[in-house]
Design a protein around this ligand. Structure first.
Ligand code: AMP
Length: 367
């Protein structure tokens, strides 16, 4: 195991956060509770994370001078989204520790590289093929079969940059609509449920996983998370083991999420990894109120070189995302027993926009 030489922060030190969305905001709030300061870098003047920090840099990710000044102000730098441009990460990396490390972005920004990496670790994924032309798409469909899912290799999120292909679909049209030169075709997985593991890894190699979470999507966007997931203890342990193996192989420092499909097979129930998110994750939001430590605090502890907490869940927890106009119901949630409301301070509710979430600890002391 490689031990990354990491500067151990002390209270009062400054963490730089690339990205100003709700994840950056909640990271900064967790850091503040531990006596650490944060400086947020985002090109969007309306960034929700700007509201909770004293120092913000509003500049483009390609603005070298702004990046250098930002780095000078920070002791360590992290990010709240995985699509940090590599040039940006390199500029920062030359000046301050960037955690999780830049090489991890290279693996996780590209679905093909990520799937190859997972496969090499001996961990299952959906069958997949590299596709860079319509003729390669036809060959891949013959090998993998239909239905299948085509995804752009880069920059896909919340169902964007992907489409299900069914028997009879016009493959030329599918390829044209995807408007990319590099994609992967994945077998459609008839999953029983979707789960995720949110895990923290320290520079010393210690890993602490939160309890496995079950996730439900609406229109490709996470709507509900339930902790613990409705899976056997054995399957939950296997899922945690997968996350731990991935984190170790990446020499990861910080919090990451591994999304998995639970699939019935002739050999019994199996797990296939869908995706790795090298950051705090929406399916870990329940930890803010449903556990003794949140995913945000664990991330801050890891990148500060501080001891990780051993998370204890407070009961059975449900997290409901407030998406788009759902936000208009926030007052109704405020009087629900056991509910905690989180509003991200975003202006206009647009369809599909994550505006806030609610955590409910429904059965304190439950399994
Ligand atoms: P992704 O952007 O890869 O996280 O996919 C978003 C969602 O699409 C997943 O959470 C699944 O619900 C669904 N999905 C993605 N890939 C597949 C697949 N190969 N088979 C079935 N459903 C999928």
């Amino acid at each position: 195991m490689t031990v990354i030489p990491l500067k151990k922060l002390k209270p009062g030190d400054t963490i730089g956060i690339l990205g100003g969305g709700q994840l950056g905001r909640m990271l900064a709030m967790a850091a503040a509770r531990l006596g650490l300061r944060c400086q947020v870098f985002s090109p969007d003047p309306d960034s929700p994370a700007f509201d909770v920090v004293q120092h913000a840099t509003c500049a483009e990710y390609a603005d070298v001078e702004a990046l250098e000044l930002f780095a000078n102000d920070c002791d360590v730098i992290t990010y709240e989204f995985e699509n940090v441009p590599s040039a940006t990460a390199m500029i920062l990396d030359a000046r301050r520790p960037v955690l999780p490390a830049q090489a991890i972005l290279t693996t996780t920004q590209d679905r093909l590289i990520e799937k190859d990496f997972i496969t090499k670790l001996g961990i299952g994924t959906a069958a997949y093929a590299d596709v860079s032309s319509v003729s390669e798409l036809r060959t891949a469909v013959e090998t993998i079969g239909l239905p299948a899912v085509i995804k752009t290799r880069r920059f896909g999120y919340d169902g964007k940059g992907q489409a299900i292909i069914r028997a009879g679909d016009d493959l030329s049209q599918v390829w044209e609509d995807l408007a990319t030169k590099s994609a992967i075709l994945e077998a459609f997985v008839p999953f029983e449920r979707e789960i995720s593991v949110v895990a923290a890894r320290g520079a010393d190699g210690q890993v602490e996983c939160f309890d496995v979470t079950q996730n439900e999507h609406r229109d490709h966007i996470l709507k509900f998370s339930y902790a613990p997931a409705d899976v056997s203890d054995e399957l939950a342990a296997t899922a945690r083991g997968i996350a731990e193996k991935i984190a170790g192989a990446l020499d990861y420092v910080g919090v990451l999420a591994v999304e998995l499909f639970v699939v019935a097979s002739p050999e019994g129930t199996i797990l296939l990894v869908n995706e790795i998110a090298p950051r705090v994750h929406n399916s870990g939001h329940w930890t803010l109120d449903g556990a003794s430590v949140s995913q945000f605090e664990q991330h801050i502890r890891a990148i500060a070189g501080w001891p990780l907490a051993k998370p204890v869940r407070h009961g059975q927890v449900t997290m409901t995302n407030l998406i788009g106009d759902d936000i208009l119901t926030y007052e109704n949630w405020m009087t629900v027993p056991g509910a905690t409301v989180h509003l991200y301070g975003k202006g206009t509710p647009k369809p599909g926009r994550k505006m806030g979430h609610v955590t409910e600890v429904t059965r304190p002391g439950g399994k």
